[in-house]
Design a protein around this ligand. Structure first.
Ligand SMILES: O=C(O)CCC(=O)C(=O)O
Length: 286
């Protein structure tokens, strides 16, 4: 079996199959820090192809488009794999799904799909939180086993609202949290501030910056957040949350676009699945 290292992922050639794997060192790093930052996973052309779908999705009158409280522009656009055929492929992309298989080691379903836009000058904060606080309190997800996979669709720098991660904070399990329905238009279970202070004092903060095409992977109990975008540059990020079928919701309170009810296990599609959308005018076929 031959293998080569491309863009931080190991591509293993075996009996004519191509597999995308993260290395054991990266798996250990994820276990230790609670997150991975993987530059160069999607090409500039792939990112442009993904971004080309967004204006028409954002223009739709849909409750899955959540609008910023102050500026009135889209803050987050959800359920995209059910609204657009490119996103139906992207949520099954092997460069996301094969690392998720390695991490989870059991069948998993698509829990949430969104693009978070943090528009230039107006994009608002995501408070300090863990994803598990919302998954557990709103959906009855029993254990913090879900993982969040992001693709940076813009250049994310220190000025346009990068995610902040607290390394190692996932190890403490569930953190005390309170539902915040006031700060932004997106109700969020936010980590209690004394807890955040305590954890950061013992750890640090890492700013998840990177070029378009960078992938972030992080655990359900990792404390994270992101500041307002005061810069003249948009910050757009795709997010896919996957959860083991054995750990599915038990008491959902949220609409399907916030936690998908279909627990069919995800199967990866082919690595070149985005190619057919390149240079294509956008036609929604779903
Ligand atoms: O887009 C952001 O800045 C925050 C996203 C986030 O917190 C999440 O996906 O859980």
């Amino acid at each position: 079996m031959d293998s080569i290292n491309v863009n931080n992922l190991v591509i293993i050639y075996s009996l004519g199959n191509t597999e995308m794997k993260i290395s054991n060192i990266q798996l250990q790093q994820l276990e230790k820090d609670g997150f991975l930052i993987l530059p160069g996973i999607f090409s500039a052309q792939e990112v442009e192809t993904i971004k080309a779908r967004l204006p028409s999705l954002f223009a739709e009158k849909s409750e899955a488009n959540i609008i910023e409280r102050n500026s009135g522009v889209v803050r987050t656009s959800m359920g995209l794999h059910l609204r657009d055929d490119l996103f139906a492929d992207l949520v099954r992309h092997p460069r996301l799904i094969e690392p998720a298989e390695q991490i989870l080691n059991e069948p998993f379903y698509i829990q949430q799909v969104k693009v978070n836009v943090k528009a230039a000058f107006s994009g608002e904060i995501w408070q300090w939180h863990t994803d598990f606080a919302t998954h557990n309190n709103e959906d009855g997800v029993p254990q913090p086993k879900a993982i969040n996979l992001h693709i940076l669709l813009d250049d994310v720098n220190e000025f346009n609202g990068p995610l902040f991660f607290v390394p190692g904070s996932h190890k403490a399990g569930a953190h005390s949290a309170t539902l915040d329905e006031q700060t932004t238009s997106y109700p969020l279970w936010v980590t209690d501030i004394e807890r955040v202070r305590d954890v950061i004092t013992r750890s640090s903060i890492v700013s998840a910056k990177g070029k378009p095409g960078t992938v972030l992977i992080f655990h359900d109990t990792l404390i994270h957040g992101s500041p307002n975008n005061m810069s003249p540059w948009d910050r757009t990020i795709f997010s896919l949350i996957v959860n083991p079928v054995s750990n599915a919701y038990t008491a959902p309170t949220r609409p399907d676009h916030k936690h998908h009810y279909d627990t069919t296990p995800i199967q990866p599609v082919s690595d070149d699945c985005l190619r057919r959308y390149m240079n294509q005018s956008v036609v929604h076929s779903l």
